[in-house]
Design a protein around this ligand. Structure first.
Ligand SMILES: Nc1ncnc2c1ncn2[C@@H]1O[C@H](COP(=O)(O)OP(=O)(O)O)[C@@H](O)[C@H]1O
Ligand SMILES: [Mg+2]
Length: 509
């Protein structure tokens, strides 16, 4: 299939999300669309897939203009889409979920359960996407759930073009490698792919061509051989530094001491197993590890959202183990949570309210028990400008922001009040390069101001860019503490429970 977009434009009221976009996808091509959070990528794909009606412009398939009244029409025309946020029904089986995707099409129709299973097996075999049609979706790892979405998208009557909207945002590094391999083999078999991303390395690894959009406009067409710096600058519209400038750390006294922390989950599994870790004022300790080894529980225990079964959390020489999160926050603990939907923003509240969420009862936002709306509005205006939060108004609900901009709200809030200890969990996940550069430099500033920073990240690049010391977590305990120049293979071995000895005989792991 040859897909052509001509002058595609989408306005929401007076706001133009996509402005006169031209783009052509050749058959069997992997065409990356790169852009910052809020650039207009998802809006463009939603027009293409019949979810949004273009304000103006044309879509042509193999030279013929098409108009889609809804996704069903797009599917019948040979399109498939995997959305940025999965649309699977957790308690249903894989086959039932794939079946649900077909109900709105004319071409496919509803299948019997047996035929649905057979259809899943056929598609998964055809494309080498291993799946058990009977498995319950919510029991599957995220990477496999995404495979279900892909099989669902491919099981239209004749899927020839697949749209993947930020498919790697929620995946682990191993799952990402797998997905990129799947994309390559799909393209080799003739499927065209529109790959939406803001991750430069992934785009370089799989794309045949790259269209960069910024604030709703096409600003560059680049070959995949373009450098990361070139791509980043095109996305952001200014020079971007991909390395973090930082001076030697000057570690002071311990500010955060974690002592023998143990936590047993509902299934009797020790998710934290006697974990010891110290972070001093003026240093960034990077916690490296494969996700699911206790990082989430550690962060939530330090904040006081979970009570440990044993062990202590000491903040500034004070045993905080029994304290509430509010007390710890008031004592100077900052927290950038990995799950912003659960712990970070209240989406029904306005952007301005979210920016003072844990401080609105304190001066200067309240005086003698009275909330000062003007002070809150001033703070919001300042943070929106300083952190470049893309919102039409600070009085809009946080729900109206893109995920990346919600993350900026959290970061702005945590950086705009005094703190002694900062726990930053996956602080740049789902965030574009411009905002990542900004958050990284702010973390270093924090450190230089004497804050003890615990950086939890599943991205080794991020750990290397920022950490003064690296601790590796595996199965709920710290299995190694090493310097910032330790080779990747050594940390990689520790992350899977191996030994740190650098001259070990099995280098190929
Ligand atoms: N339904 C909508 N109503 C108003 N504004 C919207 C709507 N959907 C998206 N936008 C705005 O359009 C811009 C582009 O959003 P989106 O296409 O989701 O960006 P991207 O996918 O590149 O991160 C954002 O500023 C967003 O707030
Ligand atoms: Mg998007």
């Amino acid at each position: 299939m040859r897909l052509e977009l001509r002058g595609l434009t989408k306005k929401f009221g007076s706001f133009t999300a996509d402005d006169d976009i031209d783009l052509t996808v050749e058959p069997g091509q992997i065409h990356a669309v790169l852009g910052e959070n809020g650039a207009g990528k998802s809006t463009l794909m939603n027009m293409l897939y019949g979810i949004l009606k273009p304000t103006s412009g044309e879509i042509l398939i193999d030279g013929e203009p098409v108009e889609f009244g809804g996704p069903g029409d797009a599917i019948d025309a040979g399109l498939g889409m995997v959305h940025q946020h999965f649309k699977l029904v957790g308690p249903f089986s894989v086959a039932d979920n794939v079946q649900l995707g077909r109900e709105h099409t004319r071409g496919a129709g509803v299948l019997s359960p047996r035929a649905a299973r057979a259809a899943v097996l056929e598609v998964s075999e055809q494309y080498g996407l291993a799946l058990d049609p009977g498995a319950v979706v919510e029991d599957l790892p995220v990477g496999v759930q995404q495979r279900v979405e892909i099989v669902k998208a491919l099981s239209g009557p004749k899927t020839e073009l697949l749209i993947l909207d930020e498919p790697t945002a929620v995946l682990t590094p191993a799952e990402i490698r797998e997905l990129l391999a799947i994309m390559r083999s799909l393209a080799e078999a003739g499927t065209s792919i529109l790959f939406i991303s803001h991750k430069l390395k992934e785009v370089q690894a799989v794309a045949d061509t790259v269209t960069v959009i910024r604030r709703g406009r096409v600003v560059a067409e680049l070959p995949p051989t373009a450098s990361e710096a070139e791509m980043a600058s095109a996305m952001v519209g200014r020079e971007i530094s991909l390395t973090v400038d930082k001076a030697e750390p000057e570690p002071a006294e311990p500010r955060l001491e974690i002592d023998g922390l143990t936590l047993v989950d509902d299934h009797g599994v020790k998710v934290l197993d006697g974990l010891d870790l110290t972070v001093r004022g003026g240093e960034i300790v990077g916690l490296a590890g494969v996700e699911g080894n206790g990082q989430t529980e550690l962060a939530r225990t330090v904040l006081g959202l979970i009570k440990p079964d044993s062990g202590r959390v000491v903040i500034d020489d004070r045993d905080a183990t029994g304290e509430s999160p509010a007390r710890r926050i008031r004592a100077g603990l900052g927290y950038i949570p990995e799950d912003r939907a659960r712990d970070g923003v209240i989406t029904e509240f306005t952007v301005a309210e979210n920016l003072v969420l844990n401080q609105y009862r304190d001066e200067p936002f309240s005086r003698r028990g009275m909330v000062d709306a003007a002070a809150i509005r001033r703070q919001a205006a300042e943070s929106v400008a300083e952190f470049d939060i893309r919102t039409q108004s600070p009085d809009d609900p946080a729900a109206s922001l893109s995920g990346g901009n919600q993350q900026k709200v959290i970061v702005a809030r945590e950086f705009s009040r005094p703190r002694r200890v900062l726990v930053a969990a996956q602080p740049t996940r789902g965030i574009d390069v411009g905002a990542t550069e900004f958050i990284h430099s702010r973390l270093v500033t924090e450190r230089d101001n004497g804050t003890a920073v615990l950086l939890i990240s599943s991205e080794l690049d991020e750990i290397y860019a920022l950490a003064d010391r690296i601790a590796v977590i595996y199965n709920g305990r710290i299995v190694g503490e090493v310097g910032p120049d330790t080779p990747r293979e050594v940390i990689g071995r520790l992350m899977v429970g191996g030994e740190a000895d650098a001259d070990g005989g099995d280098r190929e792991r």
